[in-house]
Ligand binder design. Structure first.
Ligand SMILES: [Zn+2]
Length: 69
């Protein structure tokens, strides 16, 4: 059964980019979440920033859980 939990496509986090300190944007594509820096125009794996996870990212990833397994 599919769970129709409305999962946002992106979320603004407070996690600073490791290159330029711009707050990263959490994005999802299909089943994967990435962190995007609008300044560097680069996407980073969420795993790279797991240690810096904030509430916005946590909630974002929680919404994705229904897509996993
Ligand atoms: Zn950056």
């Amino acid at each position: 059964m599919w769970k129709y939990t409305p999962a946002p496509r992106s979320a603004q986090t407070t996690i600073p980019c490791s290159c330029c300190s711009t707050p990263l944007e959490a994005r999802r594509s299909c089943h994967e979440a990435t962190l995007y820096c609008p300044s560097c125009k680069r996407a980073f794996p969420v795993q790279d920033y797991v240690k810096h996870m904030d509430e916005a990212l946590e909630n974002f990833l929680e919404a994705l859980q229904c897509n996993r397994i």
